[in-house]
Design a protein around this ligand. Structure first.
Ligand SMILES: Nc1ncnc2c1ncn2[C@@H]1O[C@H](COP(=O)(O)OP(=O)(O)O)[C@@H](O)[C@H]1O
Ligand SMILES: [Mg+2]
Length: 426
């Protein structure tokens, strides 16, 4: 688990300091202010790998470079590890174009999962990716498992031609035929992650989709009675089923590895998730974070889990209102202030509904209206308190308001009341 991250002279801001909550952490801010960048840095701080260095097929997750090449750049972190908190500090070494890593066995922050915005996934498993010991010299373990979106489905190959992971299609089909623990977990996770009670993600019968693809293809049972091959499912469904598969695969493999080494499964995990709302219908955006928190409890009952979520969605912010607990959770917001990127930890105040979230500090919109409606409403609001406003202008404005507002807009009541009192519209 990560407790603190501090960076200087790297990324969009001159520096950032974050004190994380032990459970749910939310990250908001405009496009390009550094949410994904922060997740990459967190991944690096805990795993000492950059996703794109482990897997060159990735288009994101590249090594972070200092802003001012002549000044020192620093990444420091504090984790809770097995016995006591551990501090790490790295600086950028310009000659090598890498970040310094302390020699010896590094801190083990637990299992680290990373779901990137483009459908790439990464996991660092202390049972399988931990620092090689002296005796293991020469047969290095993979530094992490990093999947491009395509590899999540079709499998991840090692550089020596062996398979690190079979991929969703083969594993799901295999698990379904075997009817063991893995398939039971997958079914349970899919059920929890389903958009609603009426639209459950339920596996259907295996099928084939091409004369040239000999793989048995998993299907999903749709509410309209068809069984749709997973590769034909909507992007929202594919995002969620790949997430479900990834988590089940990671945990199953972790359990197997620990069984082999005779150790207990890891009790701590950190899950970094970028654009948690990606491809999801509003209805589903409302359930995904609470569901993810429940998934981890389903897979790993009683174990600690820290979630760090970057989002652009007011629905996601609204969806955690009832569960947010300032003792365990935190919200960080990135803003542009006088030409500088500024990270602020904000108190999480209940907004009550999604529109209020839009106009809150999280998203900074003037309103939830269209831009055109916003302009007309501003004019109308000014007109209401303008003593010299006359009937002719008011009638024009009335027409404009009709063109932009819905019939049931609350503004009508105010407008009608004042306009009538002033005799504008008669
Ligand atoms: N590898 C990198 N090295 C240094 N800075 C980076 C790197 N990648 C991204 N950044 C910084 O982060 C910004 C992009 O932010 P990003 O995290 O993609 O925004 P968003 O908040 O939309 O996710 C870039 O403009 C740059 O300042
Ligand atoms: Mg991003």
């Amino acid at each position: 688990m990560i407790m603190h991250l501090g960076i200087a002279n790297v990324g969009p801001a001159p520096g950032m300091e974050l004190d994380f909550g032990s459970r749910l952490n939310l990250l908001t801010g405009d496009n390009g202010l550094g949410k994904s960048f922060l997740l990459d840095i967190l991944w690096w701080a805990m795993t000492r790998t950059w996703p794109a260095e482990v897997n060159p097929r990735l288009t994101a997750g590249k090594t972070a470079l200092p802003t001012d090449k002549k000044q020192p750049a620093i990444i420091k972190a504090r984790f809770s590890a097995a016995s006591k908190p551990i501090d790490s500090k790295s600086d950028f070494k310009p000659r090598e174009q890498t970040w310094s890593i302390k020699a010896g066995r590094p801190a083990n922050p637990g299992l680290i999962f990373y779901a990137m915005a483009d459908g790439s996934f990464a996991v660092w498993d202390p049972a399988r990716n931990y620092w090689k010991s002296k005796r293991e010299e020469g047969k290095a373990r993979p530094p992490a498992y990093v999947f491009s979106p395509e590899e999540v489905w079709n499998g991840l190959e090692n550089s020596d031609g062996t398979w690190l992971c079979n991929g969703l299609i083969r594993d799901w089909a295999g698990w379904q035929k075997e009817r063991g623990q893995a398939f039971a977990s997958l079914e349970a996770v899919l059920a929890v992650l389903s958009p609603s009670g009426e639209e459950k993600l339920v596996p259907g019968k295996l099928t084939r989709i091409s004369l040239d693809d000999v793989r048995d293809m998993p299907t999903l049972r749709m509410p309209y009675g068809q069984e749709v091959p997973v590769l034909h499912a909507s992007s929202g469904m594919r995002r969620i089923i790949s997430l479900a598969y990834f988590l089940v695969w990671c945990w199953e493999e972790h359990l197997k590895a620990r069984e082999l080494t005779g150790e207990d499964p890891e009790c701590r995990a950190v899950f970094l998730i970028d654009e948690a709302e990606a491809h999801l219908h509003p209805k589903w955006q409302r359930t995904v974070i609470p569901a993810l928190m429940q998934v981890m409890e389903t897979l790993r009952p009683g174990r600690e889990m820290q979630l760090i979520v970057a989002t652009h969605s007011p629905l996601i912010m609204a969806s955690v209102e009832t569960l947010f607990d300032a003792a365990k959770d935190a919200w960080f917001d990135l803003d542009l202030s006088d030409g500088n990127v500024l990270l602020t930890q904000r108190p999480f105040l209940r907004q009550g509904n999604v529109s209020n979230w839009l106009t809150s500090e999280a998203f900074d919109l003037p309103s939830g209206y269209s831009q055109e409606a916003e302009k007309v409403l501003e004019e109308a609001t000014q007109a209401l308190s303008n003593e010299s406003f006359g009937p002719e202008d008011a009638q024009k404005l009335d027409q404009q308001l009709r063109g932009v507002l819905s019939d049931t807009d609350p503004f009508w009541i105010r407008w009608r009341f004042v306009a009538e009192k002033k005799g504008w519209l008669s």
